[in-house]
Structures are given as C-alpha cells and as structure tokens.
Design a binder for this molecule. Structure first.
Ligand SMILES: O=c1ccn([C@@H]2O[C@H](COP(=O)(O)OP(=O)(O)O[C@H]3O[C@H](CO)[C@@H](O)[C@H](O)[C@H]3O)[C@@H](O)[C@H]2O)c(=O)[nH]1
Ligand SMILES: O=C(O)[C@H](O)COP(=O)(O)O
Length: 344
C-alpha cells in the first residue's frame, strides 16, 4: 500500500521485553505478605506510616483506627502513625488524633523554609517527621480502607533487601452519585500520566497505577530525592527514583480495589497541568526540553453561569496558577529542620 512516504510498520506493536520482565519479576500481591511473615522479617527495622491530609475529617479517622488496631495494637508491625495536617480548615487534626495518630502540621515541620503548598509539601513534611527505616504513604481520603494496604506496601521492603521502593496498584471504580463505573477511575492517570510516562520514560510503563498515592520506600532513599509540590510529587518521584536506584530496585504490589473521594473535572485539569510542569523539569534535565525555557503557569478554565459570567460566554473565567516548586532532598536540609515535632 502506498502511504505517501510514511514509514510503514509491518508488525503489531508488542510490549517491551524490559517492561514485561520487570512487571513479572517485581509485581506481587498483598496476599503474598501476611502480617505473620512480616513480623518475622521485620527485625530491627522501624516502620512509619504517613497520611497527608487536607480536610479529610470524613475518612481519616477510620483509616487511622484500622492501622492502629490491626498493625499497632494487635501486632507491633507499625511503629509510628503520623497524619500531616495540610492546612485543614475542618476537624481533620482532632479526628486523626482521637483515632490514635500523631498529628504534625505541614507548616511546623517546614518552619524556617520557604512556604510551599499542596500534597507534595505535606509528604515532605511527613518524611521529615517520620523516624522509621521504612516509610509508607497512604492517602487520607480512602474509603473502605483495610490493613493490607500497609502490609502489601511494606512487605517487599522488609523481606527483600534489593527493593528500595514499592508502589501500590488496584482496580479503580469511578463512584458517582447514582452509578458506579467499574474501571472508570484514575482519569488523570489514563489521560495524562500514562501517556507522558510511556512516551518519555518507557521503562516505567509497567507501573499499573503510576499516580497511586499509596507507596513505601526506605527512608534513606526517600531522603535523597526532591519532592515536587502539589500533585506533581508522584510523577517526579517515580522518574527520580528510576534515575537514582534503577528500575530493578522498584516494585509494585496489587492491593485489590481502591475507592476514594473523586475531584471534579476542573480540579483534575489543574492536577494534569501540574504533572505536565513536573515532566517538563525532568525532560529538561535529560536535555529533551530546551534549558532555561518554562511553560506558562496560568490555567484558564470556564465555569458555567456564576455572578461574574461574561454575557457572550455564559461562563465565568477562572484562572489558577498551576506551577510547581520543589523541596530539595530531605537529606540536604536535615540540619535546618525543627528537631522535635510540634503538634498541629
Ligand atoms: O494540599 C493538599 C492536597 C491534598 N492532600 C492530601 O493528599 C491526598 C491525595 O489528594 P487527593 O486530592 O485526594 O488526590 P487525588 O485526586 O486522589 O489524586 C491522585 O493523583 C494525585 C497525583 O498524582 C496523587 O497525588 C494522589 O495521591 C492520587 O490519589 C489526600 O489525603 C489529601 O488530603 C494534602 O495533604 N494537601
Ligand atoms: O489518579 C488519578 O488519575 C486522579 O486522581 C483521578 O482519579 P479519579 O478519576 O478516580 O477521580
């Protein structure tokens, strides 16, 4: 067939052998890591669980209570359970504390440093507060949370010294007011993160849920990567860890199904823009984006109706800054951080 000079692919696309081998070798299931097995593997390791939380009073209590009951009170697998209060305006801190977590304020842990915002900064503050050798991060908006989320993430780290970082994956229903779309969740993952990572970091294509907010790593390694603010943090962390420790030291674990609070489409647009910004900085580092250049930072969106609606648009214009910043690797700043945690 004449395609006017376009290159013709005469074979079907196939999965990269590297990705297939990694996904086979480095994927486990939470069922592979029963608590008993982890208790005998734990040895001298201390385990911290950190939940970043901004206005999560509806869900944070149940997550904290479950971890405390199953993994702290019944068996001493988790040594430290920290909720980072990320400038909540609701009762997140009180609810978390009442359920048995230690609560630290994002701002207290970053006192004396530039004021940054968003989830990435909350995670950095949580890592600064945590004392464990293994640190697991869990989103605080999860529903129907069960302890295997924690055991699955920390299992490979406690048992296999060659693993440095473990990312969770799961099925993601999109739960609406009146219906559930079985695999409809993870919209930013499918429309933005996965295409970006596949095209520019194809080694990472085997991660089923690259944006999952549930992951664990060795403190020593987590302290050596920068944390991007906002919602760029997971994308940057995967790329940076790939460069720092290599694909073979990264693993993923099947956690079954995950339900969480869905953000609206406009919020996911802003999240996507932050992820694009994050990718740009890493492309620059590779020399694939021109040095010194930077994408715009303002995202213009439209909201139906509203008191400020422009008559010809029947919509309000809403603008947001979607730029991201970075906290440097924690190891570089340790001496400047507050020595003791200050309760939020
Ligand atoms: O300023 C903030 C914003 C969020 N959070 C917490 O971070 C977690 C995840 O935030 P959420 O708004 O629920 O994110 P999702 O819409 O679920 O986004 C998905 O995709 C993001 C981008 O990769 C990841 O950061 C998330 O973990 C992942 O669940 C929750 O516990 C939030 O309370 C903060 O602590 N501070
Ligand atoms: O991880 C994602 O892709 C975003 O958090 C959106 O998730 P949702 O589509 O399940 O709300």
């Amino acid at each position: 067939m004449d395609l006017g000079g376009l290159p013709v692919r005469d074979t079907e696309p196939t999965v990269s052998p590297l990705v297939e081998a990694w996904a086979t070798y480095r994927t486990t299931s939470a069922q592979d890591w029963p608590t008993r097995r982890l208790m005998s593997a734990k040895g001298e390791n201390r385990v911290s669980v950190v939940l970043p939380a901004r206005n999560e009073e509806a869900t944070v209590g149940a997550i904290v209570a479950t971890i405390r009951e199953h993994l702290m009170d019944r068996v001493p697998l988790v040594d430290e359970l920290i909720v980072v209060d990320s400038r909540s305006t609701d009762r997140t801190a009180q609810v978390a504390r009442a359920a048995g977590a230690e609560v630290v304020g994002q701002d207290e842990m970053t006192r004396g440093l530039p004021r940054l915002t968003g989830k990435g900064d909350a995670l950095w503050a949580g890592l600064a507060a945590a004392e464990g050798d293994v640190v697991a991060f869990i989103d605080a908006d999860l529903r129907e949370f069960r302890p295997h989320f924690v055991t699955g993430l920390i299992g490979p780290l406690l048992v296999d010294p060659s693993v440095e970082f473990v990312k969770g994956f799961y099925h993601r229903p999109l739960v609406g007011a009146t219906s559930v779309e079985t695999d409809g969740g993870g919209r930013v993952t499918e429309l933005m993160a996965r295409p970006l990572l596949n095209l520019f970091w194809p080694e990472l294509a085997g991660f089923v849920q690259p944006l999952a907010g549930e992951y664990a790593g060795r403190r020593e390694v987590l302290e050596r990567v920068p944390f991007v603010t906002g919602y760029g943090v997971e994308t940057a962390m995967l790329i940076d860890l790939l460069e720092l420790v290599g694909l073979d030291a990264l693993a993923q674990v099947d956690l079954g199904e995950r339900k969480h609070r869905h953000q609206d489409t406009a919020a996911l647009g802003r999240m996507s823009a932050q992820i694009m910004h994050t990718a740009w900085t890493r492309l620059q580092r590779r020399g694939w984006a021109a040095p010194g250049t930077s994408p715009g930072t303002i995202l213009t969106q439209f909201r139906r109706g509203g008191s400020e609606a422009l008559p010809n648009l029947d919509r309000e214009i809403v603008v947001n800054d979607v730029s991201v910043q970075e906290r440097p690797p924690l190891a570089e700043l340790r001496p400047r951080l507050p020595r003791r945690r200050v309760a939020a």
